[in-house]
Design a protein around this ligand. Structure first.
Ligand code: AGP
Length: 601
């Protein structure tokens, strides 16, 4: 969370930084700010709110200078306010710092610095950093040494960029469990917390490893390890992913991305299952994992939901036991891992802090790691033994849609990859269903008008309950997550059979229940649960290929091979959340309190 950028060269830094921050805004959008080396001082412009507001502020009150750092914030310590926004400075305003991550020992450092006479103006953990650098700088007047000493006092995860008025063209940058890259230009250099945000600027870069400090000037970049020894860094040259130009006629990225799903899935399924020489699971060969005794699939949020569907599919077709786990739980629960364990980490961004930590833990314990990610060159790719790229294309909307169905497709492809070694018949049916899938999703999306109409019944609800059985219960989880994420309506989901073990106590005539029922064998059971909530006054909206007479509305999605219905049912739920959010006047693509990439735990 939080985006960092930097520039040093001969052009005006402010415009370049604001452009960089726009590309990083998906990482957090509570507030934004820049610091520019301006003669022998450091000038700051910052504000609560979006980068567009910062841009207007810089237009009204321009700041000249060819070296600067920028930040877009997702608040962790201290409310979203101008005071808490970055850059933060020392008392004399000669040292400015932007930071991504969390300083876990900030309370101790604060009291140490207060004892030394330092005063704090913000509630952030970050503010200790410029004061600490100031403290060490006063002892030695050694810029690199002061940054190095300050950083060695910090506990937690951080990427930081520093400006010091005594060194007008030089940025110091440090990465520790939080990504930061230095983009190498012609007589100018850049910093960015996301490689892809350098697109259009340079395709050459240094990727900082944990604990490394880069001293960046227009003329060159020197990188040091935590002891201050120079490090010979490899230059990475790479094609960068350009973001989707705009949301076009759709008006919102989320809607555009929902409609891109048939195309994304067609590409993935044809390349990995139906090509003349299918590549199946990327670079992975069966021999690499044939001794696997236990599989964990891990992820956070929507990626965790993909993991849960993956469990159903892999167990059903490959007959291997799979556990799905939330990364933040997995990393702290001492899971049973050895060298016969395979961990599949699902992460769209490839930068989710909890997932990366869980991957590192599993690797240390001897497991093989596969990253399923949408982001080449991400930290997840660097940690994993094998990578499967979901090729969903850039997903801009914070609410994940096409990245989710691409994650599902990856796990189905993995199930086919494993199952080819043990069975044929059932698998042929699954493959044919996958081949038809893009058409089935297109048919689901053609129900948009009906779904839009159904959304009118949800718009004033305070509480929504989602239910389903089997894999539908996971789709219900994902539908409820999408709904709460972008509409701020309280939406909870339960396996339908669990209702009468507690949650049904919440049901009354104000309740609206969204029931997902795509499995013919289980439909009768779900219908009974629907009757039970209707008997207690609830209204039921059903997502199903089957008739559900008691529901006030049934969105009749196409009947598919049962195993692939998580794709079609979720597409309907994505549209339902989208239209409810629109009716409630919510900022669909940038919902409150969220960020696209969650780089703190
Ligand atoms: C999805 O709509 C969410 N924004 C969120 O749950 C997301 O899936 C989660 O934070 C994991 O992100 P990742 O895939 O980048 O690891």
């Amino acid at each position: 969370m939080c985006g960092i950028c930097g520039y040093t060269g001969s052009r005006q830094a402010a415009d370049i930084l604001i452009d960089g921050l726009k590309k990083l805004e998906y990482r957090g959008y509570d507030s934004a700010g820049i610091a520019i080396s301006h003669g022998t001082s450091v000038a700051i412009r910052k504000n609560c709110g979006r980068v567009s507001v910062l841009k207007s502020i810089c237009r009204e009150s321009p700041v000249e200078g060819a070296c600067g750092i920028g930040h877009t914030r997702w608040a962790t310590h201290g409310e979203a306010s101008t005071l808490n926004s970055h850059p933060h400075t020392n008392l004399s305003g000669t040292i400015a710092v932007v930071h991504n991550g969390i300083i876990e020992n900030h309370t101790e450092l604060r009291s140490f610095l207060c004892d030394k006479g330092y005063r704090f103006v913000s509630q952030t953990d970050t503010e200790v950093i410029p004061h600490l650098i100031d403290y060490y700088y006063r002892e030695s007047f050694d810029y690199l040494g002061a940054v190095r000493c300050a950083v060695s006092d910090l506990k937690g995860s951080f990427a930081i960029a520093v400006l010091c008025s005594d060194y007008p063209g030089k940025i110091m940058a440090v990465s520790y469990h939080s990504p930061l890259v230095v983009g190498i230009g012609e007589s100018e250099n850049y910093l960015s917390s996301d490689i892809n945000a350098l697109s259009g600027k340079t395709d050459k870069m240094y990727i900082l490893d944990d604990g490394e400090i880069a001293a960046v000037t227009a003329e060159g970049v020197s990188v040091y390890d935590k002891n201050g020894n120079a490090v010979d860094k490899e230059i990475h040259q790479t094609d960068l992913q350009t973001e989707n130009a705009d949301s076009g006629a759709y008006g919102h990225y989320m809607l555009k991305e929902i409609y891109q799903q048939p195309h994304v899935l067609r590409q993935m399924i044809s390349t990995h299952i139906f090509a003349d020489k299918p590549t199946l699971f990327g670079e992975l060969e069966y021999g690499d994992i044939k001794d696997t005794e236990r599989i964990f699939i891990i992820g956070c949020g929507t990626a965790y939901h993909a993991a849960c569907v993956g469990k159903y599919i892999i167990e059903k077709y490959a007959k291997l036991a799979v556990e799905a786990d939330v990364s933040s739980e997995f990393r702290y629960r001492n899971p049973l891992i050895d060298d016969k364990t395979l961990v599949i980490a699902i992460t769209q961004s490839g930068e989710t802090a909890d997932t990366l930590a869980a991957m590192k833990l599993a690797k240390e314990k001897g497991a093989k790691i596969i990253a399923v990610t949408n982001t080449p060159r991400s930290s997840a790719v660097r940690i994993a033994d094998f990578t499967f790229l979901t090729s969903a294309g850039a997903e801009i909307s914070v609410a994940s849609t096409k990245a989710y169905t691409a994650q599902l497709a990856s796990l189905y492809i993995f199930a086919v990859f494993l199952a080819e070694h043990i069975q044929k018949e059932e698998l042929t049916l699954l493959k044919n269903a996958l081949l038809r899938l893009p058409k089935d999703i297109t048919a689901t999306l053609s129900l948009e008008e009906k779904i839009k109409d159904a959304a009118k019944s949800l718009v004033n609800c305070e509480h929504l309950y989602y239910i389903g059985r089997g894999a539908d219960s996971v789709t219900a989880d994902e539908g409820a997550l999408k709904m709460k994420e972008i509409t701020y309506i309280h939406a909870e989901s339960y396996p339908a059979g669990e209702l009468k073990h507690g949650p049904i106590a919440l049901i009354d005539e104000k309740s609206l229940v969204v029931a997902v029922s795509t499995d013919k064998k289980l439909h009768g059971k779900t219908v009974s649960n629907i009757s039970e909530v209707i008997a207690r006054g609830a209204k039921v909206l059903c997502i199903s290929p089957f008739d559900t007479p008691d529901a006030f509305c049934t969105i009749k999605i196409p009947q598919t091979h049962g195993a692939v219905s998580p794709f079609t049912a979720v597409a309907a739920l994505q549209l339902l959340a989208y239209h409810t959010a629109l009716l409630r006047g919510c900022d669909v693509d940038k919902p409150r309190n969220l960020a696209k990439s969650v780089t703190v735990e």
